[in-house]
Design a protein around this ligand. Structure first.
Ligand code: ADP
Ligand code: ASP
Ligand code: MG
Length: 412
């Protein structure tokens, strides 16, 4: 029988009632003749609570135990979903990551899936089981320890299962009815897209649109998984939601497809570092060894052989970055004057494959921000995106102004 993957996020399984509603959706697909793999997240808020408990118990926690605790939310939902389906007379059972097994690397809290052998679940499908309910977000390391895939990781579990089982489609059920031109919580004018290209979705996700985890889009692109995002709160047809697909499948599109943002950024500056070969290498090696994910980088014009080096990173990594720089200073590896951390910044980005062939997008973006009196602190560009770092208090304003200026509420 054809296989379908259906993933339900936290808000879609937040209560027993919502689990029942999701289970009914699954029942509809089973009745159509699919064997279904259901991937579930923890009930909404549960993972945050578990992360909080770990931090309170042990601030410098053992990442293996973090994963043991934080992965548990999904197991509760998987069991409850299987029970709900059984109550509806749908033959179902739950599977934790290690039982499948979902084999991952041992990079605890941000592990990557390496392999999902399909034998165990397929054997059960052959015996008459119709639904395998799998705990999302988790796997097992080569050492036999439980791992997790990074926040939002159940999306990646879902796509990886769709690839491993050759599923006809991977449906991501969430609390919005598709992918929008920007987060509908920030702009009331956000427009739902019927289709979005993999590359655009990849950029939007990595620039902060958390509707899909970045890695899930990468996997879908690589393994040609038919990926759809849709609402678990509405009755759905086979064409509802947003299809994430190849660029060629989209007939017409705007130059800019969407606006993404990330609140959790910080800007750090080392004042007065030597302007000579090797200095950037030394600074960024030390940061990378300390596990700091540097994003944007600017080196100012040098004066009298000294310059300032600025970068952005997630704001919860600032302490780690400061420690790495202080240590390097004490060890005499780097010399600098002051170190400044600005925690009140946000990143706003416009994304679109149309930028490859259209000029003027950057100029327009900067003009729009300047008309709103918003100062740009750092800029980065790639072929299909432009990102700026601005004061966080202007983030919503910037998103809305850019959405208006690029007329994203209208389709081309
Ligand atoms: P789930 O718990 O189902 O995984 P998430 O909260 O992870 O759901 O992702 C869905 C949320 O993503 C939406 O509620 C929305 O606020 C946010 N979001 C951000 N950018 C976008 C976008 N471009 N389109 C749709 N939703 C977006
Ligand atoms: N429950 C996990 C999280 O909140 C994984 C997920 O929902 O995708 O990050
Ligand atoms: Mg999510």
């Amino acid at each position: 029988m054809p296989v379908l993957v259906m993933k339900f996020g936290g808000t879609s399984v937040a209560t027993l009632d919502r689990i029942r509603r999701a289970a009914k959706r699954v029942g509809v697909e089973v009745a159509k003749g699919y064997d279904v793999i259901v991937i579930v997240s923890a009930m909404s808020g549960k993972t945050n609570e578990l992360v909080g408990w770990v931090n309170e118990t042990s601030p410098m926690y053992d990442a293996r135990e973090y994963d043991a605790v934080v992965s548990s939310g999904e197991n509760v939902t998987a069991g409850l979903m299987a029970l709900t389906l059984q109550e509806m007379d749908v033959p179902a059972r739950s599977w934790q990551g290690w039982q499948v097994p979902v084999k991952t690397t041992s990079a605890h809290s941000s592990a990557r899936i390496e392999e999902i052998p399909s034998g165990n679940i397929m054997a059960k499908f052959k015996q008459g089981m119709r639904v395998a309910v799998v705990s999302g977000f988790q796997g097992v390391s080569p050492e036999g320890r439980i791992t997790t895939l990074g926040r939002g990781g159940s999306d990646t579990t879902a796509v990886a299962f769709a690839a491993a089982f050759g599923a006809e489609r991977c449906d991501i059920y969430t609390d919005v009815d598709g992918v929008y031109t920007t987060d509908p919580r920030v702009s009331a004018k956000a427009r739902k897209l019927d289709k979005i290209a993999f590359e655009e979705m990849l950029e939007l996700a990595s620039l902060g649109a958390k509707v899909l985890q970045t890695r899930s889009v990468e996997l879908a692109m690589r393994y040609k998984v038919k990926l759809r995002v849709l609402s678990s709160f509405e009755e759905q047809s086979d064409t509802a939601g947003t299809l994430v697909c190849d660029e060629e499948e989209i007939m017409e599109s705007n130059v800019v497809a969407g606006v993404a943002f990330s609140r959790d950024e910080a800007k750090m500056t080392l004042v007065s570092v030597a302007d000579r070969p090797g200095i950037a290498a030394t600074i960024f090696t030390a940061l990378s060894e300390a596990g700091v994910n540097v994003d944007m980088i600017v080196q100012n014009i040098a004066e009298e052989g000294r310059t300032d080096m600025t970068w952005s990173c997630p704001n919860d990594q600032v302490k780690r970055a400061e420690k790495a720089m202080e240590t390097a200073k004490q060890e005499g590896v780097i010399r600098f004057g002051e170190m400044i951390a600005d925690m009140d910044v946000a990143k706003v980005s416009v994304v679109g494959i149309g930028m490859r062939s259209h000029t003027g997008v950057a100029a327009k973006m900067f003009r729009v921000l300047s008309n709103e009196g918003i100062n740009i602190k750092v800029i980065t560009t790639s072929e299909i995106k432009i990102s700026v770092l601005i004061d966080r208090k202007y983030m919503e304003l910037a998103v809305q102004a850019l959405h208006d200026a690029f007329e994203l509420e209208k389709s081309s």
